[in-house]
Design a protein around this ligand. Structure first.
Ligand SMILES: Cc1ncc(COP(=O)(O)O)c(C=O)c1O
Length: 415
């Protein structure tokens, strides 16, 4: 028996997700790849379909009934996200995802910097919180420094040393998509603001499973993706403090984001429209709004608690397998568990697990600098969400034991 206070009715929750009613390679699906993308509940699928079947129309344009219904639903989605993050509605911009949100901030901010200014990132960032800054920094003669990772955590003493008077922007992930580590972003926000720089948060991996309040964190910008929080793909969010968004120049130019256009020049619309150029992903935004409703109904506190309990159990049981090395802390973490099995390449492990109907991810997880810091090229990643069960973890453990047998790995000399 698993010794945890079960607070969620997982059998009932699983029924909300049509994908779990099918067999994969003859097995019930054990989906442990939610950090890549989360599964979608019927509510999100049905409401996205209902938009297309009942009131498909462009927004903020048509004087007709359908246009009015679509505009109301899209604006309601803005409102739901604002409430979800503790923000004001004008501070919420719909983007294609975390990647686009971070590019938007980087493009709009880096061009205001001068040669010799500094941007501080961390060694554990996802490529989408490195590459945009790096490419723009080169263009504008701006330097980048990275906070080091020590024992799977950010080295805060190192952060204090490198966040100095030259620093203009600090951009950090809230929770690691590889290590599961939850970073002390409130403390980092304070260190950043004390020297007068701007603080950006990549919440791609925290928004799905932790209560976030942007005012409490006191971040200047925060980004997350809809598809990781049970919403559709191709929709994401950028939160920005209103007074900063007002000052920033647009990222994409075109329709909807303008106030007035003449053949000589253009004035721009107010935020958030200034940053939502062209026809938005209307269905995606509406679907994300319903995903947020669904998550709110279950409760982020419950999700975080349950996920943490599952992760604890998974780590305990995985550690008992000789040759398994886990990359991540035991405490203060999310449900992402990265590991390698001595003697078996990560891709081979993932392939064998797939035969058992178990979906995990293997590779560098879009975090090559972190892989370098860990001294590996790749690892396996099992990522847990609230629809997973203790049986899923047992199945994972049994399949890993099977993989070891197939590869005849005894690991007498395990790492
Ligand atoms: C921590 C983190 N940041 C950013 C991203 C990029 O998100 P998206 O691909 O949805 O734009 C991901 C996606 O894997 C992620 O895990």
């Amino acid at each position: 028996m698993h010794k945890t206070k079960i607070i969620l009715d997982i059998d009932r929750i699983k029924k909300d997700f049509p994908i779990f009613s099918q067999k994969i390679n003859g097995h019930s699906l054990v989906y442990l790849d939610s950090a890549a993308t989360a599964q979608k509940p019927s509510l999100v699928i049905e409401e996205t379909t209902r938009f297309y079947t009942e009131y498909n129309s462009n927004i903020h344009r048509g004087a007709h009934k359908l246009g009015e219904l679509a505009t109301i639903a899209y604006e309601e989605a803005h409102e739901k996200i604002a409430k979800f993050l503790g923000a004001d509605i004008e501070e919420i911009i719909f983007t294609a995802g975390t990647t686009e949100s971070l590019n938007l901030v980087a493009y709009s901010l880096v061009k205001t910097l001068k040669q010799g200014d500094k941007i501080v990132l961390t060694e554990m960032e996802h490529h989408s919180n490195i590459v945009p800054w790096q490419q723009l920094a080169k263009q504008y003669g701006v330097n980048i420094e990275y906070i080091k990772v020590k024992d799977f955590q950010l080295d805060i003493e190192h952060a204090k040393k490198i966040i100095d008077s030259k620093t203009k922007i600090v951009s950090v992930m809230h929770a690691s998509n590889v290590l599961g580590t939850i970073n002390p972003i409130k403390e980092l926000a304070k260190i950043t603001h004390d020297i007068g720089a701007l603080f950006v948060v990549d919440a791609a991996h925290s928004a799905p499973n932790m209560k976030i309040n942007v005012k409490d964190i006191d971040c200047d910008f925060l980004a997350f993706s809809g598809h990781k929080i049970c919403g559709p793909t191709g929709i994401g969010v950028l939160y920005g403090k209103k007074h900063l968004l007002d000052k920033m120049s647009p990222f994409l130019y075109g329709g909807h984001m303008i106030s007035e256009v003449t053949l000589k020049d253009t004035t721009f619309a107010d935020v958030p429209s200034k940053f939502e150029s062209g026809t938005s992903n209307i269905a995606g935004a509406i679907g994300l709004g319903y995903a947020i409703d669904y998550i709110n109904k279950i409760g982020l506190e419950n999700i975080h608690y349950y996920e943490t309990e599952l992760a604890k159990y998974a780590i305990e049981t995985l550690k008992k397998i000789v040759g398994v090395k886990i990359y991540g802390p035991d405490e203060n973490r999310t449900g992402v568990i990265s590991f390698n099995i001595s003697g078996i390449h990560a891709h081979d492990v993932a392939t064998i697990l797939d035969r058992e109907g178990i979906a995990i991810r293997s590779g560098n997880h879009c975090a090559m600098p972190l892989m370098n810091a860990l001294g590996i090229n790749a690892c396996n990643r099992a990522s847990i969400y609230f629809y997973n069960t203790f049986d899923d973890i047992d199945n994972l453990v049994e399949a890993i034991k099977k993989a070891k047998k197939i590869f005849k790995v005894t690991n007498e000399t395990s790492e």
